[in-house]
Design a protein around this ligand. Sequence first.
Ligand code: IPE
Ligand code: IPE
Ligand code: MG
Length: 244
Amino acid sequence: MSKSPRVPGHIAIILDGNGRWAENRKLPRTSGHEHGAGAVRTAVYGCHERGVKTVTLYAFSAANWKRPKGEVDTLMRLCAEFAENELEELVRRGIEVRVIGDLDDLPTRTRRATEALVTATRGGTRMKLALALSYGGRQDMVSAIRQIAIRARAGLVIPEEVNERSIRGYLSTGDLPDPDLVIRTGGERRLSDFLLFECAYAELFFTETLWPDFTEATLDEAIAAFSRRQRRFGRTGEQVSSAS
Ligand code: IPE
Ligand code: IPE
Ligand code: MG
């Protein structure tokens, strides 16, 4: 493992390219998802070993329900298997898991397995892992706005006092820090409804590598690219370099 000077506190990953990986090999798309599961372990444990404090994985979007049923079923089974098979290792490593997204939409096995994982890993202090399942950034913002409006009508929220910090409290990412680095595999350069509010100042890293081919070397490449970036948050480059 190569040492990087600046490891991002929060890495968010859009794991993409499973379908194309399989199609390139004349295999069914589901086979790409099966192989992608190994890369999920590589990414999670690789981040843990590099001292990353928070990882968010975009494993299934709210829009992915539109896919053929057989593919959706495979993805849901793989999520359940990840939760079941990795529980012990995640506990051992002190990784606390949470799920963001619409849990009610998940099939029973996937919901139960992920709930059990969340319960078993509670209190882990080395790293937080957020699994985005049936997640959509807009849907999360709509839900936050709706909750604020309902509370305002009941007199529990003063509309003039709604601010960035209070809005965060209603998002499913809640107390998680904003992503510092977003990695998207598979070559597409878009967010696909991922953490829209939270990614306001995230650094974006896009790689042609298809998700099943993701290795620790890909992770190191992304971290190295991140550490070369100057994050200005609206200031000038000179202001930032003289402050550091
Ligand atoms: C990512 O791979 C997995 C999910 C979106 C759940 P894709 O299945 O989107 O792979 P491509 O983009 O079709 O290659
Ligand atoms: C984004 O990938 C969602 C996940 C990685 C879970 P998609 O493959 O669904 O994104 P689009 O449809 O190409 O934007
Ligand atoms: Mg895709």
